[in-house]
Ligand binder design. Structure first.
Ligand code: F6P
Length: 318
């Protein structure tokens, strides 16, 4: 009987539980034994894992976070740590490992493939910065941001204030882009595009001329300091400006239907690939249209920002 372990790693993302559920149940359906590893790669190094059953993943499809818990593990960055992790699996006769996480976690999975483990990656990160795919957790995070933008727009409009809303995304502006378009923001700043403060000022001033006193500016955390921008805008426009940093609220909450569907289909596909004898792949796609692509190809690529959306925000807020 094939033995497969599953772990979640890096920043959590809503929908990870739906993916774990799909891996466990499809694995059992395909006649495998499935083991859940606690605390990501840190738990793998310690051999902290348990055999999963159909019942152990009951009632989790709607829950944010990850029942397996997660970590960012320094020891796994060392060769000695990775050898320990591979040995833990080998000692238990586990040949397959499914890693649910972002770019760093997928790179970790690839490293283990060099030590004889058959790995499959499932992209899960609110940053949505994994190439060739939509990542689990992104849709929920964007919807959370939109909820916040809607509420902030009410108070911004009542007080006639400029609001700077900082969203997550260290190196990647995907959340800001999506929330900018869907939330009707006046301006956005993303790490991939050089900040142009004069363009934001012009927007605010043009709004003021036609009697519009409030503005929503969405800033990705890696793009510009929200507090510096607040000071600059108050000085340059004379408009009262407030900052709202959304932070980790974006990482939790019940996953949207889109994230549950994506996670369920990706989890099932991960097992199907292993059952077909494939490995060293990442499951990629959107909705139910998912397929395996070589992990090596994913790790060599960089996700291009959707700059068209940047322009869309600018044009729709003239
Ligand atoms: O990896 C996703 C992410 O939420 C980033 O957007 C953010 O910069 C980072 O994780 C925060 O990490 P931590 O929760 O470890 O502070």
């Amino acid at each position: 009987m094939q033995k497969t372990a599953v772990l979640s790693s890096g920043g959590d993302a809503s929908g990870m539980n739906a993916a774990i559920r799909a891996v466990v149940r499809t694995g059992i359906f395909r006649g495998m034994e499935v083991y859940g590893v606690h605390h990501g790669f840190a738990g793998l190094i310690r051999g902290d894992m348990e055999k999963m059953s159909v019942g152990s993943v009951a009632d989790i499809i709607h829950r944010g976070g990850t029942i397996l818990q997660t970590s960012r593990c320094e020891e796994f960055h060392t060769e000695a740590g990775r050898i320990k992790a591979a040995r833990m699996l080998a000692d238990k006769g586990i040949e397959n490992l499914i890693v649910i996480g972002g770019n760093g976690s997928l790179a970790g999975a690839y490293e283990l493939s060099h030590l004889g483990i058959k790995v499959i990656g499932i992209p899960a990160t609110i940053d949505n910065d994994v190439p060739f795919t939509v990542s689990i957790g992104f849709d929920t995070a964007v919807n959370t941001v939109i909820g916040a933008v809607n509420s902030i727009r009410d108070t911004a409009s009542s007080h006639g204030r400029v609001f700077i809303i900082e969203v997550m995304g260290r190196n990647c502006g995907q959340i800001a882009l999506a929330a900018g378009v869907a939330g009707g923001a006046e301006s956005i700043l993303i790490p991939e595009v050089k900040p142009d403060i004069s363009r934001i000022v012009q927007k605010i001033e043009r709004g003021l001329k036609r009697g519009k006193r409030h503005s929503i500016i969405i800033v990705a955390e890696g793009a510009y300091s929200a507090l510096k921008l607040q000071q600059e805008l108050e000085e340059l426009t004379g408009q009262e400006t407030r900052v709202s940093i959304l932070g980790h609220i974006q990482r939790g909450g019940s996953p949207t239907a889109a994230d549950r569907i994506l996670a369920s289909c990706m989890g099932k596909k991960a097992i199907d690939l292993l059952a077909e004898g494939q490995s060293n792949q990442m499951v990629a796609g959107i909705g139910s249209r998912v397929k395996g692509i070589p992990l090596a190809q994913v790790l060599k690529a960089v996700k291009e920002p959707e700059l068209e959306m940047f322009e869309t925000v600018h044009i729709l807020s003239i």
